[in-house]
Ligand binder design. Structure first.
Ligand code: SF4
Length: 705
């Protein structure tokens, strides 16, 4: 029976793609005064959040659990430096003045340089309604092709590989709860024990095989941990496929009946016999064979990828190699088995299928497809010929700032910290004629902005999110936003009006936007047309594709894959080196990732005292003790980590389980200690994913030159 009480608001955590169910309870002013006594003096009592959070026991994904980020999420509502008034060149301004400055700046830039000189940078944290309206605003109100979002850094390689293999991309094409009945789960480059801890409750029964250069908390719980050198996951996947085929462990009937292209894929894996794979990856051949046999011997098995496998200049091929392995074993499209990707951002899934990606229109439609353009243009009431074509991907867009692009609107993203080669990104942002940031905290990117627009956040707004399993969820409002704050939808509507468009065509009401979104996605690969707020309010679990009248699709591919002939497609992929290899000057491999108590660029979680206490307040670098000693560094020392692109300071943490050739830095920190000052913007040729997960660095004691 539900423990929800009258007055509870059932909603979801503001952070990751697991979208844990939560119940928010208003605590009132008296309760807030009491609670404020136990929080740091920097948080004014009047600003202390007036809600308490607890897990929703009826939501099956988190099974009554939350991680520390979820438990502390209410504090985000009342952080001391919460934005409450628009800023124009750093001084407080009225909303009318701020929006007038933005509209005039956009018009001025377009008159001087053309429509594509204005650009939009969105986020995988925005609700579906915001992501949809942002795409429409860019293509209709600005008439620009220049829109992309930070999800490009998150999911794009897995999306590209899944689309090619299966004809559709949904992070997990099955409910999270299915994982619990598996015998074996292989996780390549994912660390859910830190990034989404409640997911581990579904992984208590299966034996885990974890592929990760680091002995993460997830790897520590695994039956088998394979520890390849950064940048060699693709070779490892080829080696696993080699063992499966060479030992006759494939599902030949499945390959024959449900797939194409096995022979071509196998021809690439042919040379990856285990001892050769060991030489390239560093993973012992004996462990490789053991992993392949464990996976192939399971009745029910899943293969999951995370950012560790995906954030490479060969990320698409790396994911494709793991898909090949899954197809060879006959896993995708079988109940209790499958292939999936652990999406990271809260709305990473919905964010990429509703129109804020450079090459897509709502419904996961290609912007280059004439039929798709005609359908969406009809919903928008515009001439299809007026819709711009594909724009630049995120890294390429950031690189064009101050060159071809002179005005940028940023919604819910902090690229100064989260983009690769972050020093260059700061330079490019500073070269703009107009930078506008819509956010609820003064992020590092907002600090550079000409205009900052203060907006509502999770517990103050209505909308929907689509979780990593493709389930559409209601985000519900438990609090009134603070005075002076508007919603992103209100911002877009008002800006469209100032640019000469009918504000009614850019509605500020989430239900109205969702109704339009349903029509725009109708018939698309990600079809939301059968989903409504009314159905969601009844508690229905609705997974896309959900055409009108449909119960939704919790499990994809059971009968057929989404290609016209119903078959999945093997990809003939082979290993290649990372874009940057160690050298005499930069002899170590750096890799980056998340820690339990922080989230993404840290703009939100670095403002929560309990989370800072748990993670530490500054960047650290994990180093094998032998490697550190060779660099003259002791545990706790402050070090310079240098790459060819930049330098960052970090506190040395000895980590004996790390490979001696590898160091690890979390990417949540800013200023002098920012991991992305080092990272390589080299792009995957298909997904345009940058190579966050491997670059060449050296370590020096601070003070050394
Ligand atoms: Fe929130 Fe993700 Fe933690 Fe769940 S696992 S509480 S969704 S951050």
């Amino acid at each position: 029976m539900s423990e929800a009480a009258l007055g509870d608001t059932a909603t979801h955590c503001p952070y990751c793609a697991l979208q844990c169910g939560t119940l928010l309870t208003a605590t009132g002013p008296e309760a807030a005064d009491v609670a404020a006594a136990s929080v740091p003096a920097a948080v004014p009592a009047a600003d202390f959040p007036a809600v308490a959070v607890r897990p929703d026991p009826d939501f099956p994904v988190n099974l009554g659990g939350l991680c520390q980020k979820g438990w502390t999420a209410p504090e985000l509502l009342g952080v001391a430096d919460r934005l409450r008034v628009p800023l124009v060149h750093g001084r407080p301004a009225s909303w009318d003045e701020a929006l007038d400055v933005v509209a005039a700046g956009l018009r001025r830039v377009q008159e001087r340089h053309g429509k594509d000189a204005t650009a939009v940078f969105g986020s995988g944290s925005l609700t579906n309604e915001k992501a949809y309206l942002l795409g429409k605003f860019a293509r209709v109100a600005l008439g620009t092709s220049q829109i992309d979002y930070n999800g490009r850094f998150c999911m794009s390689s897995a999306a590209a590989a899944s689309n090619a293999a299966f004809g559709i991309d949904r992070g997990l094409p099955f409910p999270v709860t299915d994982l619990g009945s598996a015998d074996v789960v292989l996780i390549a480059g994912g660390n859910p024990a830190e990034t989404m801890p409640p997911l581990m409750r579904h992984l208590e029964h299966p034996r885990l095989i974890v592929i990760d250069p680091r002995r993460t908390r997830t790897a520590a719980q695994a039956a088998l941990h394979l520890q390849p050198a950064p940048g060699t996951d693709l070779a490892l996947a080829l080696g696993l496929l080699h063992v499966v085929v060479a030992e006759g462990l494939t599902d030949a009937a499945y390959i024959g009946q449900r797939t194409h292209g096995f022979e071509a894929a196998w021809s690439r894996a042919l040379s990856w016999w285990p001892e050769h794979t060991e030489r390239v990856t560093g993973v012992p051949a004996v462990l490789l064979r053991e992993a392949a046999r464990m996976l192939a011997g399971a009745d029910r098995a899943y293969i999951l990828t995370g950012r560790g496998a995906e954030q490479h200049s060969k990320g698409t091929d790396t994911v494709a190699a793991f898909v090949n392995l899954a197809l060879a074993l006959g896993l995708p499209g079988r109940v209790g088995s499958g292939f999936g990707c652990l999406t990271g951002q809260g709305n990473g899934q919905g964010g990429r299928e509703l129109g804020q990606k450079a090459d897509q229109l709502p419904g996961y439609r290609s912007i280059a497809d004439p039929a798709a353009r005609a359908h969406v243009a009809a919903v928008w009431g515009v001439d299809p010929a007026s819709l711009p074509g594909p724009g630049r991907s995120a890294v390429e867009l950031l690189g064009a700032l101050g060159r071809d692009v002179h005005a940028l609107l940023v919604f819910g993203s902090n690229p100064v910290v989260s983009a690769p080669d972050a020093g260059r990104v700061r330079e490019r942002l500073s070269a703009l004629e107009l930078l506008v940031v819509s956010d609820f905290v003064p992020s590092e990117t907002a600090a550079l902005a000409d205009v900052v627009l203060p907006v509502a956040q999770w517990a103050e707004e209505e909308g929907t999110m689509t979780s990593l399993e493709g389930r559409v969820l209601r985000r519900r409002r438990a609090l009134t936003p603070p005075p002076g704050v508007r919603t992103d939808l209100e911002v877009l509507s008002a800006l469209a009006g100032r640019l000469g468009f009918d504000e009614a065509a850019f509605p500020a009401s989430p239900p109205a936007v969702f109704e339009e979104l349903r029509a725009a996605t109708r018939g698309g690969r990600a079809d939301y047309s059968g989903i409504s707020y009314a159905r969601l309010e009844t508690g229905e679990a609705l997974y896309w594709p959900c055409p009108e009248g449909s119960p939704g699709t919790p499990r994809l591919f059971l009968d057929r894959f989404a290609h016209p002939d119903g078959r999945a497609v093997f990809a003939p992929v082979d290993h290649r080196d990372a874009a940057e290899l160690p050298s005499d000057l930069y002899p170590l491999l750096a890799t980056t990732g998340r820690v339990l108590a922080q989230y993404q660029s840290g703009a939100q979680t670095r403002r929560i005292p309990a989370l800072v206490k748990a993670s530490g307040a500054e960047c650290f670098v994990e180093v094998h003790p032998d490697t550190a000693e060779r660099a003259g560094l002791a545990d706790g020392d402050r070090a310079w980590v240098r790459s060819v692109r930049g330098n960052t300071q970090a506190v040395v943490r000895y980590e004996g389980s790390l490979r001696p050739d590898t160091v690890f830095l979390p990417f949540h920190f800013a200023a002098e200690g920012s991991a992305n000052l080092l990272t390589n913007p080299a792009l995957d040729p298909v997904s345009r994913m940058p190579e966050f997960k491997v670059c060449a660095v050296r370590l020096e004691a601070v003070g050394t030159r």
